[in-house]
Write a protein that binds this ligand. Structure first.
Ligand code: FE2
Ligand code: FE2
Length: 171
């Protein structure tokens, strides 16, 4: 999808992940601004956030993080890797809770804010700590190759996540 034939629209791994961050931050900002009255908007946003987060954390955990881990020589780098995985895990526990909360309540608003703070903190750490280290540890060619792999994975995950969501709605 992102990648046409050839390498014309090639994006490196970090640029691709940062683009995702911008998108998710925007969606979480919007969700935070909604009130209990905006039930259907909350539902739509939550669905979109879940989809984006699932795809993003999957390509990080399956493609980017392992490459970072492999290149990590210092203990501090390994620490960034393990912490990032734990933070994804926390997001994975908060998200279902939010989904299980009535969108028409103030509790939903509070949980949405917690998710937003969590994701923002995590994305910020990636952008200010892990990604700069990745730029040092991985060369340009490797970052472009990872970007390619993630763009392809994103395209197929988008398809499968969408069909799973459709299934869930039906059952
Ligand atoms: Fe992450
Ligand atoms: Fe990320």
């Amino acid at each position: 999808m992102l990648k046409a034939k050839g390498r014309a629209v090639q994006k490196d791994a970090i640029a691709l992940l940062k683009e995702d961050h911008v998108k998710v931050r925007g969606l979480l900002d919007e969700l935070e601004k909604t009130t209990e009255k905006a039930k259907s908007r909350r539902e739509e946003l939550l669905e979109e956030i879940e989809r984006e987060l699932k795809i993003h954390t999957t390509i990080e955990e399956e493609i980017f993080y392992p490459a970072f881990r492999e290149a990590a020589v210092k203990k501090d780098d390994r620490k960034l890797y393990y912490e990032a995985i734990e933070e994804h895990h926390v997001v994975d526990t908060v998200l279902p809770e939010l989904k299980g909360t009535d969108v028409g309540t103030e509790v939903f608003g509070a949980k949405a804010k917690v998710l937003k703070d969590l994701v923002e903190h995590h994305a910020e750490e990636e952008e200010t700590e892990m990604f700069p280290r990745a730029r040092k540890l991985l060369d340009r060619e490797k970052l472009l190759q990872l970007g390619d792999e993630m763009a392809q994975a994103k395209a197929s995950l988008t398809e499968s996540v969408l069909s799973k969501l459709v299934e869930m709605v039906r059952t």
